[in-house]
Design a binder for this molecule. Structure first.
Ligand SMILES: [Zn+2]
Length: 435
């Protein structure tokens, strides 16, 4: 029932022994890079400084800023002739984050992806359509190599062009899909426009969703719309991309592959470790990457380790769904708010449609939070009092959740901007009065 029986069900103390061995060799490889080599020498650190896995706390954190400042080759521990691929972020603000891989790294990543997909119930009999940008973005080739390793018939569909995506599904009998959740909401509208019902007119049964934070309510809606099971996937470019942590068919947290990643949860302010079960910032160390190992990388993602064991029998710990990134948080009228808190409220209201947009704006010198909410089509039939009632209901529900009274604007389905790629949830238009 597992992709790798022994590794996925390793006893905890054996897993820790394996982690320790891999941590030592990771430190050794990292010290071949200019960045870690200089830093560790200055601090008097080496692989011998670590006598147990928990000794990792003696080593300094690595941040996105460190990666940017040492762009592009400062973290590289191997000569460039041994590299076979790079992936990078778009780098819209400053230098992009680039990660280099040698043959071993690509092979290990493909295996982790195959293990992840198998864990979510995908099998070699599936027809897998990857609706995701190929190229430098990791979601394209990352999934592609994993799906091929697993042995599915893969459809490297790429992103966008919804009518074509639907045609591919129908022509080849697609059974499994990888896409971002906000895209699946849009795609559903296109199914309806074409007079099709994905529950009846496709063979879909499994979705893998990730790359953008979303709530449990959003997942259940997608499952309901398409008549499928949808599984959460987690990854980030700095840790290869997808395949870091994945839900099993129990749908109860994401197993993080601890033979490849060492997990810590820290308090982002004090940087002290947080005990199991509490939410903090996820910090990861690569344990099976040769070209560009990263040690104690601060992901900025907020999550917690779920206590207890999983019914599936895998021994690797489970992360709770990512509740947001520490840099996604915004402050209105002194209250700290995460977009996912608002989505959590909206997705519980059946009249609410697929999309929403939070705009922060200065009105008469005050910070205001305007939330445009798409509602389902049949609500715009001229019955103003019904819309008024829904507006009041949403205002009260959101105020109770985040302690700030929002300005709710109900809009028609598909009227909010739909960017290619990840959904934009918050627009900042406030005037900075003090700067
Ligand atoms: Zn499990």
């Amino acid at each position: 029932m597992y992709w790798e029986n022994e590794l996925e069900t390793l006893k905890r103390n054996d897993l820790e022994k394996l982690q320790f061995k891999r941590l030592k060799s990771t430190i050794q490889s990292a010290m071949n890079s200019p960045y870690y080599g200089n830093l560790y020498k200055q601090m008097g650190l080496s692989a011998d400084s670590v006598r147990s896995v928990s000794d990792i706390q003696k080593l300094p954190f690595t941040t996105k800023q460190n990666l940017r400042e040492n762009f592009p080759y400062g973290f590289l521990g191997l000569p460039t002739k041994e590299l076979i691929r790079l992936h990078s972020t778009s780098g819209t603000t400053g230098n992009p984050t680039v990660i280099f891989h040698n043959r071993h790294d690509i092979d290990s990543w493909a295996n982790l992806m195959a293990r992840s997909l198998f864990c979510a119930g995908v099998r070699d009999t599936d027809v897998f359509q990857n609706i995701c940008g190929y190229g430098l973005f990791t979601g394209g080739l990352g999934f592609q190599y994993g799906v091929e390793r697993l042995g599915c018939l893969s459809i490297p569909a790429g992103a966008g062009n919804s009518p074509r995506q639907i045609k591919l599904m129908q022509d080849y009998g697609t059974t499994a899909i990888h896409a971002i959740p906000s895209y699946l909401n849009r795609l559903y509208e296109v199914f309806l426009e074409e007079g099709l019902d994905p529950r009846k007119d496709t063979k879909l049964h499994t979705f893998v969703i990730g790359a953008e934070p979303h709530t449990e309510g959003q997942r259940r809606r997608i499952e309901e719309m398409y008549g499928v099971k949808a599984y959460n996937s987690f990854g980030l470019t700095e840790m290869n991309g997808p395949g870091v942590a994945f839900e099993c068919t129990c749908q109860n947290g994401l197993h993080i592959w601890e033979d490849a990643y060492l997990v810590e949860i820290i308090n982002p302010e004090t940087l002290e470790p947080i005990t199991d079960g509490e939410v903090g910032e996820l910090v990861l160390t690569t344990l099976d990457r040769q070209a560009m190992p990263l040690i104690r990388y601060r992901t900025r993602d907020l999550t917690r380790i779920l206590p207890g064991t999983c019914a599936c029998g895998r021994t690797h710990v489970r992360l709770d769904r990512i509740t947001g990134r520490s840099d996604d948080m915004f402050i209105v009228k002194g209250c700290n708010i995460f977009p996912m808190q608002i989505e959590g409220v909206l997705m519980k209201v059946p009249e609410v449609g697929a999309d929403y947009l939070i705009t922060l704006k200065t009105i008469d010198g005050n910070d205001e939070m305007i939330i445009e909410v798409e509602v389902k089509k049949d609500w715009f039939n001229g019955d103003i009092s019904r819309l008024d009632k829904l507006t009041k209901q949403l205002t009260a529900l959101i105020r109770d959740e985040v302690l700030v009274k929002p300005i709710i604007r109900l809009v028609e389905p598909n009227s909010l901007p739909k960017p290619e790629g990840k959904a934009v949830r918050v627009k900042e238009l406030r005037i900075a009065l003090n700067s």
